[in-house]
Each structure stands twice: as structure tokens, then as C-alpha cells.
Design a protein. Structure first.
Length: 229
């Protein structure tokens, strides 16, 4: 929303500036930089159960409480699998009836387990990670539009993460900015079921053959015709 598309660091000011004027639910991972946004009355954070699960998975073999937490979280995911594709209203109704009691029971289990765990151990760390984000983890129960995790986004940015080492050789900050723009266009093509290579070829051809700079919006991937799919 008016912010520069790239940023030199991951400070909390970056997402705050980028989302200036945004109001609604923001689905996020556990990155602390989003907390400032969550303190406003306009933005409600929905945290990711997949990130919660990771902390317990790493120690499940040696800690029964962690293994039990995984079983309970898996039950929530089983419900999500059943209701995938349903309307937001239907998903909310199912979650209120079936998932909400499970989440409440899990909260009691985590509170009890934390009281028994070593304060500096991995189990306590995993539990505190969940409890410190509890309101956001419960957000999906009250809003059928919200996913239980951010895995859809995680999968979409995986190519960028795998390309991170190559990006170190962009040559300069400006080169990094250009790299980020191209990566964003590629992912936008994918979201719109457009072949990125075909889109770039067609778009660059139109630019060099005189397409007006004042009408660049006509070249965006979401306006593309099937000849670049």
C-alpha cells in the first residue's frame, strides 16, 4: 500500500509500512515483526498451526507430551481435510462444533504440560511458542475464510527460498530490487495460471514494438490471453 516493493531487512517497520491502510485478517507465520500490526484495531493476526506443530515434532520421540500434542493437532487437520472446499459459512460451523472443543482441550493440556516441564527445555519452548500466539491460532475457528496454517503461502514462496543463494549475486542493491520484481512477476503468472516464460516473451515483444508506457497495466499477467498460458 504505497511502500517500496523490497526492503533491506526484516524489521517490523517493513510489513507495517507495506500494509498501511490494510484492515482485516492477516495470515502469518510466527515472525515477531507482525506483532505491531496485530496491536492495531484494524489488523487481526491468524497464526499458523503448522509452525506450532514443528516445535513438537522435533522432540516427539523423546517427550510423550510433545507426541500427544501432535496427535491432537492431527485431529484438527483431519477435520480441515473433511471440510476443504466447503463454503466459509460451512467451515466455520464445522469448526465451531468440532474443532473448538478440541482446541480448548489442547489449551488445558498445554497449560498442564508447561507447569510440569523444565522451564528451559525444548518442550517448554514449543508450548510457549503456541501459548504466546494463542488468540491468533484460534482465529480460524471464528472465520471460515481463514486457513488453519500458512502452508499455501509457504509452498508458493519455496522457489524463491531455494533461489536465495543465487540472489546473493545480484550485484548491487538495485540488482536485488530488479531480481525481486522479476520474481514477483513470475509468481503472479503462476497464480493466474499463466506460463511465465511465454508471458515474459510476449510482454517484452509488445514493449519493444511500441506498447505505450502509459498503458503498462494492460500487460499484467492477470490480463493475459490464453496464448501465453
Amino acid at each position: 500500500a504505497g511502500a517500496h516493493p523490497t526492503a533491506p531487512d526484516r524489521h517490523a517497520a517493513r510489513p507495517t509500512a507495506h500494509l498501511t491502510g490494510f484492515a482485516g485478517v492477516l495470515q502469518v507465520d510466527g515472525y515477531a515483526g507482525y506483532r505491531a500490526l496485530g496491536r492495531s484495531n484494524q489488523v487481526h493476526l491468524a497464526f499458523c498451526w503448522s509452525h506450532v506443530r514443528r516445535g513438537f515434532y522435533e522432540i516427539a520421540a523423546s517427550r510423550p507430551a510433545a507426541a500427544e500434542a501432535l496427535v491432537r493437532i492431527a485431529q484438527l487437520y483431519a477435520i480441515e481435510q473433511e471440510i476443504r472446499g466447503s463454503t466459509p459459512h460451512q467451515r466455520r460451523a464445522a469448526r465451531q462444533e468440532r474443532s473448538a472443543p478440541m482446541v480448548a482441550s489442547l489449551r488445558r493440556f498445554l497449560d498442564t504440560s508447561l507447569a510440569r516441564a523444565s522451564g528451559k527445555g525444548k518442550l517448554a519452548e514449543a508450548i510457549r511458542y503456541a501459548l504466546n500466539r494463542w488468540d491468533g491460532l484460534c482465529r480460524f475457528l471464528d472465520d471460515g475464510r481463514v486457513e488453519i496454517d500458512s502452508n499455501i503461502v509457504e509452498r508458493s514462496i519455496r522457489p524463491l527460498a531455494l533461489n536465495r543463494k543465487n540472489a546473493l549475486f545480484a550485484g548491487s542493491d538495485q540488482g536485488g530490487d530488479h531480481w525481486a520484481v522479476i520474481a514477483s512477476l513470475i509468481e503472479t503468472c503462476k497464480l493466474n495460471r499463466i506460463n511465465p516464460q511465454a508471458w515474459f516473451s510476449a510482454t517484452l515483444t509488445r514493449l519493444v514494438t511500441g506498447h505505450p508506457a502509459s498503458a503498462l497495466d494492460q500487460l499484467m499477467p492477470w490480463t493475459s490471453t490464453p496464448d501465453v498460458t
